[in-house]
Design a protein around this ligand. Structure first.
Ligand code: AQP
Length: 369
């Protein structure tokens, strides 16, 4: 069945026929149903809290399209999460549309995946309320991201910032996702999602699938800032030289890589502990070329850092060019993007409602039926 709960056109049409065709297609139909029911669901989201970086791309988004033929994939633009730090309304709206276009430009096919904007599906907030009643302030205040963001936004340490991981748990658990493709920075939040799912299941009976993380095995799980390789690359970094966005033009990309912090040696070697800057550039090069790190090192043997940085910058600019062109084409077609997100929200709401009804029944809410 598709995300609307309908059978695909081929199955629908052929199922209605009779005779020889009926027999053949009954087999097709049964095979199709088996394949679909054996598929696991997968959820992930990205915040429209700024221009998406190559860190977000390498750690998360580039995996999204790869997984869409194997799993029932559900991907969201997480605008509810984004407002946990101050956003300008017009900018948030623009970033939301741009992220939707970027998802599609990166190969996510809205015909294969459920693609939607988080605030369009009220069930995310509704489940968050219920999960809040089994989440403890102590565990939420211990989250690294909460501590980091509280320090960074000391004038705006709000309840939403602390509740961020509970909303994230709701995002995932609503869709009974078995897998969650994220970068390494989200590992702690994912652990909390698992804890909440297990806690709820123990208290109220089996309700949620307990999800596993799908964290890139290679070093791309944590891309570091170009300006300070001891910190992760973040789209909300105040220093724009720390990150490369998916929409930076070629000159900007080359300039940022040229300024990237390295070290006082002159050897291109992967050694994250002693050479974090150079190692980070090698990881980025590896992510965009697919070359193993050892082979990437060989490409720059005997070369200076100037040549190395230029080559990494050119590789990234070349790889981003077709994505940027497709994103621009999609952004020029706003009705199409609106249509995709509307359909996605309807599909997501239908799946989410099933889980939410179950949760409401288990906790004892009177349905009125
Ligand atoms: N530097 C990174 N390296 C690898 N993966 C990363 N991710 C984020 N930064 C890196 C992964 O990108 C996905 C989307 O992240 P998000 O937008 O939901 O939130 P975030 O993790 O807080 O990302 P940012 O860029 O740091 O955003 P801001 O600055 O707004 O907080 C996630 O899967 C994340 O793991």
């Amino acid at each position: 069945m598709d995300k609307n709960g309908d059978f695909p056109a081929r199955a629908r049409n052929l199922f209605a026929f009779s005779g020889r065709v009926w027999y053949t297609d009954k087999e097709y139909f049964q095979g199709y149903i088996m394949a679909e029911s054996q598929r696991q669901s997968l959820f992930s989201a990205v915040q429209p809290s700024g221009a998406v970086t190559i860190g977000n791309y390498i750690g998360a988004i580039r995996n999204f399209a790869k997984l869409q033929d194997e799993y029932n994939c559900i991907y969201a633009v997480a605008d509810l999460h984004a407002i946990t730090v101050r956003q300008e309304a017009a900018v948030l709206r623009r970033n939301t549309l741009e992220l939707m276009a970027l998802f599609i430009a990166c190969g996510i096919d809205p015909e294969k995946c459920v693609l939607f904007v988080q605030s369009h599906v009220p069930a995310h907030c509704e489940l968050t309320w219920v999960l809040n009643t089994i989440a403890y302030p102590g565990e939420l205040s211990r989250m690294t991201q909460f501590k980091d963001k509280s320090a960074k936004h000391a004038d705006n340490v709000n309840m939403g910032l602390m509740d961020y991981p509970v909303l994230m748990a709701s995002d995932i658990l609503l869709y009974q996702a078995a897998l969650v493709p994220v970068g390494a920075d989200q590992k702690q939040h994912l652990e909390l999602t698992r804890d909440l799912a297990i806690r709820f299941n123990n208290r109220y009976g089996q309700t949620f699938t307990v999800p596993d993380g799908y964290i890139p095995k290679d070093s791309g799980a944590r891309v570091m800032s170009l300006a300070d390789p001891s910190r992760k690359m973040s789209k909300s970094d105040e220093n724009p030289n720390g990150f490369v966005t998916m929409s930076d033009d070629r000159d900007t990309i080359l300039r940022k890589f040229k300024r990237a912090v390295t070290d006082s040696e002159a050897e291109v070697r992967y050694d994250p502990e002693h050479k974090p800057g150079v190692s980070n550039l090698l990881v980025i090069y590896h992510a965009f070329t697919g070359k193993p790190l050892a082979e990437a090192e060989k490409d720059f043997a005997g070369k200076g850092y100037g040549d190395f940085k230029l080559a990494v910058g050119e590789t990234v600019a070349d790889a981003l060019a077709p994505i940027q062109a497709e994103r621009a084409r999609l952004l020029a077609d706003k009705p199409y993007l609106n249509e995709v997100m509307k359909r996605g929200a309807e599909q997501a709401a239908r799946i989410a409602r099933r889980t939410l009804s179950k949760v409401y029944r288990k906790v004892g809410f009177y349905s009125g039926e």
